[in-house]
Design a protein around this ligand. Structure first.
Ligand code: BGC
Length: 434
């Protein structure tokens, strides 16, 4: 059955954000930011305090870095040498879910099981050493309310995590208790931070003039250095980094696929921006569109963003790779013309995602500049979508230049690969060496 041309065009149009709309979204994001700075309850974003500003770049010493924010947990032992230099001395990692074997992120899993698993990984990183004192920085990439640099209480799980007994709890208390149960209390968590904050610290350690940090991966979120916030408990300089939790930005227009997906998600009504931008959801949106075109609305195909990227990258004349992926996931042998249309839809979903992310970056640049000039600066981004998804990076650049006009040469995006780990080590150093 060939796709209906009109229906295809209408669906594709739902994912297009034109220049005017892009301006409106950036303006609305900036306004939400301004509201939140006045009174956080007025913003749809959480705008969470991190209790850390920029590092000096002179931080030194060996630290453990726990990177916990997606399905893979990583622990690294990192030596900071100052002057933006560092070395990763050891790195271990393991997924929180191996289908058919274990699953620490589902509803049936408990906080103890999850944190015991993580403590085991930390133990592996230090080879069971019980004699050396280790300070640990913990990148915990979920919305959490902080009262200081080491205390972050999980507000709500995102990214479809559902483990019991973690929401409402202090992440490092759960971690310390698990380390204790394991007899590894020579490991002391001293800092906890969002992955966006970690990326900003990591990038700023190496590259001056970086004030915005973002994750563009399974999840999506951005933080920035807010110069007007001063707090005696804040480490570092330049004000305080605010973790926007902009995945929860609501003041934009979701299309009917976004709405439908949201309704059947783990947390309906939450993370609406993230559900339009991040890698966790792009494949789902594409699957919903394909189901309609195939006359099987409501059917779920489990298409991932990796499938999407492989289909977009397939430029062979007969699109054999894309056809095979669709056969395997959707269960139909599609005609070449229809596979082409699926690729177009996949591209439209990625481009929309990139344009939305770009609008949020520019809104923050505008906000930081106020009525003054936009200074030369970098936006540090880490994550698989930014790094690997075809069309993502180039469309961020394009949309930012559409929005910034003649100021666009002042702002660029830089990849900060692995910043989540390095940033955690830097935060630990800032806490210990202050
Ligand atoms: C979380 C953020 C995190 C982002 C990227 C979102 O789901 O709410 O805290 O920064 O994912 O990992």
């Amino acid at each position: 059955m060939a796709f209906n041309e009109e229906q295809f065009k209408a669906i594709k149009a739902e994912f297009v954000i034109d220049g005017e709309r892009l301006q409106e979204i950036a303006a609305s994001f900036r306004q939400d930011l301004q509201l939140g700075l006045r009174d956080v309850t007025l913003s749809s974003m959480r705008m969470l305090k991190s209790y850390v500003g920029l590092p000096s770049g002179k931080e030194t010493g060996e630290y453990l870095a726990l990177d916990f924010g997606g399905t893979n947990v990583r622990v690294s032992l990192i030596r900071l040498d100052g002057d933006g230099k560092f070395e990763i001395l050891k790195r271990v990692g393991r997924p929180l879910i191996v289908p058919g074997q274990y699953d620490y992120i589902c509803k049936d899993a408990t906080a103890e099981q999850m944190f015991d698993f993580i403590a085991g990984l930390i133990d592996e990183a230090i080879d069971g050493d019980r004699n050396t004192k280790y300070y640990l920085g913990h990148t915990f990439s979920f919305p959490s309310t902080q009262t200081n640099l080491n205390n972050a209480r999980l507000i709500i799980w995102t990214k479809e995590f559902a483990t019991q007994g973690v929401e409402g709890e202090v992440a490092n208390d759960l971690l310390s208790a698990a380390l204790k149960r394991r007899g590894a209390d020579n490991v002391e968590p001293v800092a906890v931070l969002n992955d966006t904050v970690a990326v900003l610290l990591s990038a700023a350690y190496k590259t001056p003039d970086t004030f915005i940090g973002s994750i563009y991966a399974t999840g999506h979120n951005t933080c920035y250095l807010e110069p007007s916030i001063h707090d005696p408990d804040c480490f570092g300089s330049g004000g305080m980094i605010l973790n926007l939790e902009c995945g929860n930005f609501m003041k934009l227009m979701p299309n009917r696929f976004d709405k439908e997906y949201d309704e059947r998600s783990e947390k309906p009504g939450e993370q609406r921006f993230e559900k339009m931008v991040s890698g966790r959801y792009m494949g789902e949106l594409l699957g919903m569109a394909i189901a309609e075109l195939l006359g099987e609305k409501g059917k779920q195909y489990n298409l991932s963003s990796i499938d999407m990227s492989m289909m977009i990258l397939d430029e062979s004349p007969n699109l054999s790779r894309a056809t095979d992926i669709l056969m395997a996931k959707v269960g139909h042998e599609l005609a070449l013309e229809d596979v082409k249309k699926v690729r177009e839809l996949a591209a439209a979903i990625v481009i929309r995602s990139a344009r939305l992310a770009a609008a949020s970056f520019v809104a923050i640049v505008w906000q930081r500049a106020g009525s003054g000039k936009i200074v030369r600066q970098h936006v540090a981004v880490d994550g698989s979508v930014y790094e690997k998804m075809p069309l993502a990076k180039e469309n961020i650049v394009k949309a930012m230049s559409e929005l910034l006009g003649e100021d666009s040469s002042q702002v660029d995006t830089i990849l900060d690969n692995g910043g989540s780990g390095l940033g955690a080590a830097i935060a630990a150093a800032m806490a210990v060496q202050a």
